[in-house]
Write a protein that binds this ligand. Structure first.
Ligand SMILES: *Cc1c(COP(=O)(O)O)cnc(C)c1O
Length: 369
């Protein structure tokens, strides 16, 4: 029996610690590779926003000062960007921070949290640390949202319901009409968290957005991040839009200086960097076409994606990912229920080309054994 087993809070021993993959350097050393292409974390292939980099440089000489605990400048900028009031905005150390804060603020042991499956693992993590029960509601056969099943899963014990659109890892999206229909079905005690981490990579006119109509519902929280489109994953900054009274409670749980000063300044600058945003969006659109052309030629199945990543059906995803890694291409596999699918982040067009060539090689290698 491990030391501390008797002191640790119930449920903590059942949480699996997050296992990070090999770093680029470890991978290079292990397989004697000169170049590694990292397509496993849905990061921005164009790098950080250049305007954010300038802002970071200017902020460095002030690092002996604590940050603004209320992230006022950033919250004002976000409020203006989304045309909401500043009291509707909460900023976090990544949206992971906000997911954890929402869990800590609202969940009691035994409460239910509804999550689509498969989806982003942090939703279940937040539930696990609070000893809440996770109810997984499977997506449809083409990984599309099944709002009827989500509505049916709700009970009087349901506290939080997560929606992720476009969904990680499937890339499929929730329609705005379906979101509004679902809201109508849900009782007043259910808080609906709509994670829009990848929404600005989509151009689907019918996709769910944090429209005034959606946000006017007091139960809705919309989550955004600077990690993907703005290329600032390493800085850790995300935000949520919701009713000020909801943030009033979350604020009591929040660490006083949860977002560092460099991140706050960089995020303000990134919001104005329309050139970097458009270039990032265009690269993703082109990458989708590049993958579609390849898949058609190879007879490989893709799941149509609205994100900056794509599910590719290869069979034996873990084995395929391992072989790709040995060839210097890092992708993700091992999602529950997706044994046959790799999730590949779009890179630059050159990186995509290399990835697809290597994948072709791996698939031929496997077929010939
Ligand atoms: C990457 C990602 C986030 C962003 O997390 P951060 O903590 O802001 O880096 C949020 N939601 C989903 C679904 C994601 O894939």
């Amino acid at each position: 029996m491990p030391v501390f087993k008797t002191q640790v809070r119930p449920g903590i021993d059942r949480i699996q610690p997050y296992v990070p993959g090999l770093t680029d350097d470890e991978l290079k050393r292990r397989y004697g590779l000169k170049r590694v292409i990292k397509l496993n974390a849905n990061e921005n292939a164009l790098g950080p926003s250049p305007l954010a980099l300038d802002a970071i440089q200017r902020e460095l000489s002030l690092l002996h000062h604590y940050p603004d605990g209320g992230s006022q400048l950033l919250r004002d900028a976000i409020a203006e960007f989304h045309q909401v009031r500043e009291e509707q905005v909460l900023v976090g150390n990544g949206s992971d921070d906000i997911i954890k804060l929402l869990s800590e603020t609202f969940l009691n042991p035994g409460d239910e949290v509804i999550v689509p499956a498969p989806s982003f693992s942090q939703y279940s993590f937040g539930a696990a640390i609070m000893q809440a029960k996770v109810k997984q509601v499977p997506l449809g056969p083409g990984f599309e949202y099944d709002v009827r099943s989500l509505a049916d899963a709700v009970t009087e014990n349901t506290k939080l319901l997560y929606l992720c659109s476009p969904n990680n890892p499937t890339g499929t999206y929730l329609r705005h009409d379906d979101a509004l229909w679902l809201l109508k079905q849900l009782p007043p005690h259910v808080i609906i968290i709509v994670d829009l981490a990848y929404n600005d990579f989509s151009q689907q006119p019918d996709r769910v957005m944090d429209s005034a109509e959606l946000l006017s519902d007091n139960r809705v929280v919309a989550l955004h991040t600077f990690s993907k489109l703005y290329g600032l994953a390493g800085l850790r900054v995300g935000y949520g839009l919701a009713h000020p009274d909801l943030w009033g409670f979350v604020d009591r749980v929040r660490e006083p200086f949860n977002v560092n000063r460099v991140a706050q300044r960089a995020a303000v600058a990134a919001l104005t960097d329309t050139a970097h945003v458009s270039a990032s969006q265009e690269l993703v659109q082109e990458s989708r076409l590049q993958y579609a052309a390849w898949a058609q030629k190879q007879g490989v199945l893709l799941v149509p994606t609205e994100g900056n990543f794509i599910l590719v059906k290869t069979g034996d995803a873990r084995g395929t990912a391992q072989r790709l890694m040995e060839r210097g291409v890092m992708v993700r596999a091992g999602f529950a229920g997706l044994d046959d699918y790799l999730r590949i982040t779009f890179g630059t067009l050159e990186e995509n080309q290399i990835c697809l060539e290597q994948l072709e090689g791996v698939l031929q290698e496997v077929a010939s054994v």
